[in-house]
Design a protein around this ligand. Structure first.
Ligand SMILES: Nc1ncnc2c1ncn2[C@@H]1O[C@H](COP(=O)(O)OP(=O)(O)O)[C@@H](O)[C@H]1O
Ligand SMILES: [Mg+2]
Length: 234
């Protein structure tokens, strides 16, 4: 087990946005937090990374996380921020500030580009399309050799061919590189295509945690069936 959450509750004013959420993720699993907009997915990911506080506990590799960004964990967002410099500099920056040797950086870059194909490393990253930005952002995360990758709606703003491309990469990152992935998405079909296991989150409540087969073919909860049929609007 790489990550374990117990009793995660978060309140903003009068609103309970997460209500005693518990789940654990094994290594190297592809785990999806599926839920409509406003369910609490982003809040949950930010609690895991320690960006915001909550009650309950988060354990990463057996150690309780208190505050501060844990080593070995990275997070990718819907709209990644690119630095105004080349794609190469964007991808290698994290290792440069960690004072890695250029040999090490070149080796890592080769491994990462094998999975995430990027044609032109010299281009300015600000001129990239949405799909290219997501690929560069993923490459940048992978350079750090994380054990756990959290992704918040990475394909929400992309057209179908780029969605397919990113999904293909995520599948390889999980199955070939052996990285554990936790994906937050409202996209039912994406969750079905990628996940080993899923959690359905609605209004901050855990509705169901099941493996892919169970979740989509014989869900344990009637609310899951309604969500999958589209009766729960998102
Ligand atoms: N900083 C905040 N202050 C007050 N309410 C917030 C804050 N962040 C999120 N919320 C509320 O918490 C709920 C869950 O939001 P969020 O985690 O962004 O959901 P999701 O990512 O599933 O769309 C929403 O009702 C949202 O309005
Ligand atoms: Mg969100």
């Amino acid at each position: 087990m790489i990550l374990e959450l117990k009793g995660i509750t978060k309140t903003y004013g009068q609103q309970k946005v997460l209500d005693s959420v518990c789940f654990s993720v094994g290594k190297p699993e592809f785990f999806t937090i599926l839920g409509p907009s406003g369910a609490g997915k982003t809040t949950l990911l930010k609690i895991i990374t320690g960006f915001i506080s909550s009650s309950g506990t988060v354990h990463f590799k057996g150690r309780r996380l208190n505050n501060g960004f844990p080593e070995g964990m990275v997070i990718g967002f819907q709209n990644p921020i690119m630095f105004n410099t080349s794609v190469f500099n964007n991808i290698t920056y994290g290792l440069k500030i960690r004072k890695k040797t250029s040999n090490y950086i070149e080796g890592k870059l080769r491994d990462v580009l094998h999975i995430v194909r990027i044609n032109d490393l010299k281009r300015n990253a600000l001129s990239l399309s949405g799909g290219e930005v997501q690929r560069v952002a993923l490459a940048r995360l992978l350079m750090l050799d994380p054990e756990l990758i959290l992704l918040d709606e990475p394909t929400a703003h992309l057209d179908p061919s780029n969605v397919g491309n990113i999904e293909h990469i995520l599948h390889k990152v999980n199955k070939e590189m052996g990285k554990t992935i936790i994906l937050a998405t409202h996209n039912i079909n994406q969750a079905k295509r990628l996940s080993d296991r899923l959690m359905l989150l609605i209004d901050g409540r855990t509705v169901e945690i099941s493996d892919n087969e169970t979740f989509f073919n014989k869900p344990k909860s009637a609310e899951t069936s309604r969500f999958l049929k589209g009766d729960i609007v998102w």
